[in-house]
Design a protein around this ligand. Structure first.
Ligand code: NAP
Length: 483
């Protein structure tokens, strides 16, 4: 199957923070790929902005290096030279008045205007107000803001209020790149475009749901930043919350940005507070060969969690009695992100001596190898009576989309194209972000008030023992963490 590419309208995209890590590693290579795919018109303009004093040529050569390094192409690929023609650069300090007039002169009337804030959140307000005061952005412009969106409800509200001074909610695109993943969108297609699953998608048939985001890397290199955040702020409040919402939400009346986001918001509001006994925090330990969390964070007294597992309950008709177990951590056994919908076992087995049928599982893999896998029971082939065996019905999206899946857009590419199209469905609305913090804040506050320390776990393990017990006491087991 070849994916269809629908070109977007002519646009001017300004990337604030164009010299930074995210722009170089993800945004510019992503735009290049969309250009090669034929989605970006040759008339489009991509304008970098940051404090570094350089001209268009220097920025193009820096961008070329990044695209070769992170885009996996050769430096003499002729399409690279064509793409670089689209790029320009304006030196701007977000906190100063210089450069804005030059930027304004580069923006063409008639094109779609998008401003990507790929800078520290502390600069969002400065950029938003200067875009407005210099008459660069108008009521049709769009702004894209990166995570973290606040560190608690109060700061998220303040950030929303700052942006709202200059931009309407319909103009603000809050990125959560998890929502740009092919599988995450397919989750909605599977649920709402098939009759097969939705009738079973409730507590009568679903025993529990597991959401796992496991990483093999530690926090070395960004330890002091991470130490002020921790797994709950870094992963649960945003990415995992979004995944939970897409699994738990009611069908929206239409696949429309506000209809989808209204349903997600209802899920967040129905989340019960997490009891202290339903959450386990962990910190990875050093083992002589590799450093532990406290060394990586350079904070020997740190109580920040590099791992968290929790049982989350949703108070509504659909999910009463079906817990959602969330876990995420650093330096775990394998790098994997997946959602497992574990169905209940059949109420009665007609097969005497073949062992009880196992519960069906629908496993949605976000990485690596995006795809879905439905575990079903069948008869073990061959003679010898009726023996049952559980087999996966496997669907890999990469294979379904092309010979090697290389034409499958990365989450950032897809989301940037959605910004140009003006489609906010895969972006978080301000009230959603605030509701997520309103649920997360008491969990964080309860921990900060306690004197407990995170449970230690070995690097390369599945996390602390206590997290296993969180499941065992409910007669359930975590799925194995494996790539
Ligand atoms: P970074 O590497 O530190 O880059 C920051 C960028 O901001 C640089 O281009 C810097 O360029 C520019 N900048 C700093 N001060 C400025 C000022 N006063 N005026 C104008 N530009 C200024 O950060 P990053 O990793 O790219 O992250 C950017 C944003 O994305 C952050 O909000 C981060 O939390 C978020 N994010 C990043 C990642 C990632 O993988 N990197 C992932 C998710 C979210 P000059 O020094 O030339 O001004």
């Amino acid at each position: 199957m070849v994916s269809r590419v629908i070109p977007v309208d002519d646009f001017d995209l300004v990337i604030f923070g164009a010299t930074g890590d995210l722009a170089q590693r993800k945004i510019l290579p992503g735009l290049f790929r969309r250009f090669v795919a034929g989605q970006i018109p040759e008339s489009a303009r991509i304008i970098g902005a940051a404090r570094t004093d350089q001209d268009d040529a220097a920025f193009r050569s820096e961008a070329a290096k990044a695209i070769v390094e992170f885009g996996g192409i050769s430096a003499d690929d002729p399409r690279l030279a064509q793409f670089l023609e689209l790029l320009g650069y304006t030196p701007i300090d977000a906190k100063g008045e210089g450069g804005w007039t030059d930027l304004k002169s580069r923006i063409r009337p008639g094109a779609v205007h998008a401003f990507y804030f790929s800078v520290a959140p502390a600069l969002f307000g400065d950029i938003a107000s200067r875009l407005a005061s210099h008459g660069i952005a108008d009521e049709k412009s769009r702004i894209v803001v990166e995570k973290p969106f606040g560190r608690d409800l109060e700061t998220a509200r303040a950030l929303n209020a700052t942006l709202a001074r200059h931009f309407a909610e319909e103009q603000i695109y809050r990125i959560d790149h998890y929502l740009g993943k092919e599988t995450v969108q397919n989750l909605m297609a599977v649920r709402f475009a098939n009759i097969l699953f939705e009738p079973l998608w409730n507590s009568q048939y679903v025993d529990h749901v597991q959401i796992t985001v496991a990483e093999t890397v530690g926090v070395a290199g960004r330890g002091s930043y991470y130490d002020k955040s921790g797994a709950i702020r870094d992963m649960v409040q945003n990415h995992m919350m979004q995944l939970l919402c897409l699994i738990a939400m009611e069908p929206p009346y239409h696949f429309d940005p506000n209809a989808v986001r209204d349903e997600k918001l209802k899920v967040i509001r129905a989340l019960q507070p997490v009891e202290p006994g339903d959450i386990v925090r962990g910190q990875y330990q050093g083992d002589g060969k590799s450093s532990g969390y406290v060394e990586d964070s350079e904070n020997p007294d740190s109580r920040t969690e590099s791992y968290v597992a929790m049982k989350v309950c949703i108070s509504n008709w659909r999910w009463q009695g079906t817990p959602f177990y969330l876990r995420t951590g650093k330096k775990l056994r394998a790098r994997t992100s997946e959602i497992a919908i574990v169905f209940r076992e059949p109420p009665h087995s007609i097969f005497d001596d073949s062992g009880a049928p196992k519960a069906n599982e629908l496993v949605i893999r976000l990485q690596p190898n995006e795809g879905m896998n439905l575990k079903v029971m069948i008869k073990e082939p061959g003679p010898g009576g009726m023996r049952l065996v559980q087999v996966p019905l496997d669907m890999s999206f990469a294979e379904a989309l092309g010979a090697d899946g290389s034409d499958m857009p990365d989450a950032y590419e897809r989301l940037i194209m959605d910004v140009i199209r003006g489609n906010q469905t895969l972006f978080m609305r301000g009230d959603e972000v605030e509701a997520a913090w309103a649920w997360t804040d008491p969990i964080i506050a309860a921990w900060e008030d306690s004197k407990r320390r995170p449970e230690p776990y070995d690097a390369g393990s599945s996390g602390p023992e206590e997290a296993l017990r969180l499941m065992h006491r409910d007669n359930r087991r975590w799925r194995e963490i494996r790539a």
